[in-house]
Design a protein around this ligand. Sequence first.
Ligand SMILES: [Zn+2]
Length: 864
Amino acid sequence: MSDTHEQGSVFIDDQSYRLPITVTPERYQIRLTPDLKTFTFTGEETVTLSVHEPVKEISLNAAELNIHRVSVTDIKGEVIEGTVCLDEANERAVCTFPQTLAPGLWRLHLQFTGILNDKLHGFYRSTYKDMNGQEKMLASTQFESTDARRAFPCWDEPALKAVFQSTLVVDEQLTAISNTAIVHETRLPGTGKKEVVFADTIKMSTYLVAFIVGEFEATDPVFVDGKPLRVWAVPGKRHLATFGQEIGAASLAFFSHYYGYPYPGDKLDLIAIPDFASGAMENLGAITFRETALLVDEKAATRSELERVADVVAHENAHMWFGDLVTMRWWNGLWLNEAFATFMEMLAVDHYKPEWQRWTSFAVSRAAAMLVDGLKSTRPIEFPVRLPAEAAGMFDILTYEKGAAVLRMLEQYLGSDVFRQGIASYLRKHEYDNAETTDLWDAIETSSRQPVRALMDSWVFQPGYPLITVRAEQTTLILTQQRFLYLQDDAAHGQSWQVPLFLRIKTAAGVQTRTLLLTERETRLTLPAAPEWVVVNADGAGFYRVRYSHDLLNQLTPHLQTALSAVERFNLVNDTWAATLAGLSPVASYLDLLALFREERDHNVWTAILGSCHYLYRLLDPQQRPGLQVFLRRLLGPLTQKLGWHPLPGENDLTGQLRGELLSALGTLSDDAATQTEAKTHYLRYKTNPRAVDPNVVPALVAIIAHTGGRAEYEEFHANVTTAKTPQEEQRYLFALAAFRPADLLDRTLTMTINGEVRTQNAPYLMRSLLLNVDGRERVWAFMKKHWEEMTRQYPDNSIVRMCEGITALVTPALEADVRQFFPSHPVKQGAKTIDQHLEKLRIAVACKQREETNLSAYFSRQS
Ligand SMILES: [Zn+2]
């Protein structure tokens, strides 16, 4: 164990948001008694402290707690009573003692009470209906980033690690779960309660502590490294836990092997909570999830719903080492925690189900990150964080997806073995401790003997990414880099990156691959002969865009399906689309390129194509839309015909997903009447026999019926939300309510977002979907403005910016002007930077509309 004093130098000297480190915790003994009827809890704790210099005052974090009694005991057992003063603004308790405490070990005793809030943070309550329709209550915790202080007074900073021993006093019939195994459980006669005592944790950060109390059922354990792994759910849902437990065990075993380090906890519980603000939380040994991210019916779910569960479970398990065993020293390092877990999630899921081609579908996430990172209002991956609240803005696509993508690029550049060796030695060196980003680069530099830090600094500490322009002059290939931006900005001209370039080149001498590091603005590569075609960013791991010269592009396009892998085709579509949005390339060229993809069989490539078509649809005025719809029917028609409505013998899961996505686009976006009619027939069959329709087609049926439906269909879907048999089905029908087009039905869904009918974990996302409904956008935006105060008060703080992502769909000059006027006087608590990004995306879309709408009309009239 390291002396926390040694970390003093990295602490920024500002007492307003960092606790003094004259006193640091070694071990917490916490006893909590939650009351699910009054939504309160009582607590007491004893913290073993190291006092490093003489003090009369001890400061620690506390929020929404009443502390009734405080005292300290010295090593001889002498008790000194103190007084406590709460500093609400800084979320602190300052304990003052009548005499000076000498350096050495002390015990601090505190008695306190708190509330089980309904804000989905700290120690909070969650309500659900049981199988008999009876309302039930459970209590759970969510402490990251800084909400442990709402459950017990503590040194709530990631570097102030300690051992935790918890005891929960709960009603006899309830289950109590915490980070470690239960040591003993004792009935407290005459009280109807029992005392559940948990083992000591490893030395860890406060944000990883967890308490869960309620009625739960568990699966039988499976064992990994000799440690039991269980899935918990509220009664009646245990049968949905099989898949989650399977990927849980598989990924835990994978990581234990990959890291060369056994799972650091003594057991692992995966717990589904009916109300949950994020996807899941990596509390050591007691990972909490929203239900859709853990519970699933393997037979009824789509492939992508299963993938979502696999992703989230693997992600949280990866954190048990990376985050829990070794933790960032301060919140600026949060990105590495999350980026790394996202990267590891891909590796683990790819290992678990290679047929899902997880790294190919990661291209979709990478592209989403590149969309944000191509904005002037983007940010570097890592930036200085002073207040913990600033860290809240870090839980975004740049941290998770861009972070994971640049790690993948590094791994592919160095080779997966030396990368893995670097990770393993980093974990060994910093186990039970904290580390900085540079510590990881040091470890990988040692294993790879490459200048990793310099390379990664160019990606981590500067915003944006490069556009690689490539052209050929006889046998010379000329590659240059400049920052890619959708809206031009002179300030960006000086930027450059250390770019790992992956090339595949066909010449008369055959196909060769080359990897080089571009460190200058431009490099020239001499080839053995003039190229027949060139693929830059081969295999697609580079976090950059490619722009081929006219000649090179023309050489490449005849070989789309033979020379390019799926991820390379994805990137070609996506990079060309980005160039179109940036005004570097005309929209007609983009549509000409799409027309070459009629034979495409990869669903990710179709995701890129259909995403851009949805985007164009939103730009167009209603009278222009039929032209796009005709174009789409021609593009989608032939393959959709071939695939039909039912799985073909021997086809893989990915083809099933592709079928569903194409049918959905044909029946909604391109309003194809025949598809809509047939969808109704299949939906009727599905209702009488759910097994008669492939699960991957069901979302398409629901989407088409919502798109074309009226009151009767609305009533049916509305009822289905409550009677749904799985969390996925519930989500599907709930979000379908946002896709109906009649105004009165939209109004009903709007009302549901604020009247308590929809859980606050879902309501902001339902609102986002409503904003994306082209037919109702004026109405929805007006509603959101009117009810902004209620929404921001009711919804979890972290969800507001995610809801606001919907404003990017308000693509008319008038709506844009109104949106721009709204936000300066209606700031969001978390993620102000993200609002700027939404506004810039909207600017890009409106600019594209103004630049291209006549060109689009001309293009579509030529085709008919
Ligand atoms: Zn995470």
